[in-house]
Design a binder for this molecule. Sequence first.
Ligand code: CA
Length: 406
Amino acid sequence: MRFNNKPGLLLLGAALAFAGLPTQAQETQAAFQSCLTNLQPAAQRVGVQSETYQRFTQGVQADFSLLEKLNYQPEFKLPIWDYLSGLVDEERVSDGLAGLQRHAEVLKRIEAKFDIDPATVVAVWGVESNYGRITGKYPLVQALGTLSCFGRRQSYFQGEFYAALRILQRGDIAPERLNGSWAGAFGHTQFMPQTYERLAVDFDGDGRRDLVDNSDDALASTANFLHKGGWRNGVPWGVEVRLPAGFNSSLAGRKNKRSLDDWARSGLQLVDGRPLSDSGLSGEKVGLLMLAGVNGPVFLTSKNFDVIYGYNAAESYGLAIAHLSDRLRGGGSFKTAWPTDDPGISRAERRELQTLLVAKGHDIGEIDGALGEKSRAAIKIEQERLGQQVNGRGGLKILQALRAGM
Ligand code: CA
């Protein structure tokens, strides 16, 4: 689950236009302490006992670096093919296949209880936390406390802050283990605390819903999330299709659902030329997911795609999870290429790019395949030197140029 910056940015823009600067408490530790004191009665009203509140907030310092993340505006929007090439690469497919095998027994019991197929559960796990490897390092009470007291989404984060304190109060997760993303998503499933309270399950039966250190609980909780979202097992999430020449693209849109027959009458076929009736989606209402125009890969998507979308509220992430699930079932890559002459690169290639940047004398921090701020700054310098478009994006062009020793 990733924090969606968009609505807040609009609010911030409105506030700036209206009043110069949004009214804001001064960002000091003293202001933080008095804010925590002020929030306690509200926390108590939603079930956080006073002893709990004291115990877990005592001595906590605000982390003001989170406010920069909250207000971060990317200088340019990453194209969809960059998300997909990093989130669904050969490594993630082979790690997922290993996970399917290692957890086969529990995944079978999870499917029996929640009616979600193993590949879908494991694909969510792979995209959310790289199969439990990347779950976030920010202490939740500190992060959510800070965001409850400063910045532009305080009331939203207060709800999550109180939920995090209730989780500690119940003892489901040890305080030193309750770490997550800067915005408060934690554990193998990257649930927000309130989502945890609603949907986490104790599947190994030890009496605790532990999404941090117990993969059985985490996989079952993911399945419960999808089950409660309305997943129907056995219905494909969607299928890649081929558009007819001169297709009216105003029909596109995940929510603009029509019957499969309607789409067939509009001239759509499966991407390999077979009729839509071979898709396994007969009788379903499906929308057309078109994330890179009529020349990129396009998909007819069922309600099950919308259920996956609910995990992150981003179509790019939804498509990554959906596509990874297909790959884990033995499916191949998309048949249609993304419409670009500078395709995205895998995490292995990103690490190679970072290694080449280091060899050129750049400090890019840790070689982790993540292409953060330092990597992007180094890429810009190299793009400038090579006469390429200077945008800091790590794609195939810059990788090939550096590989060739240019
Ligand atoms: Ca448990």
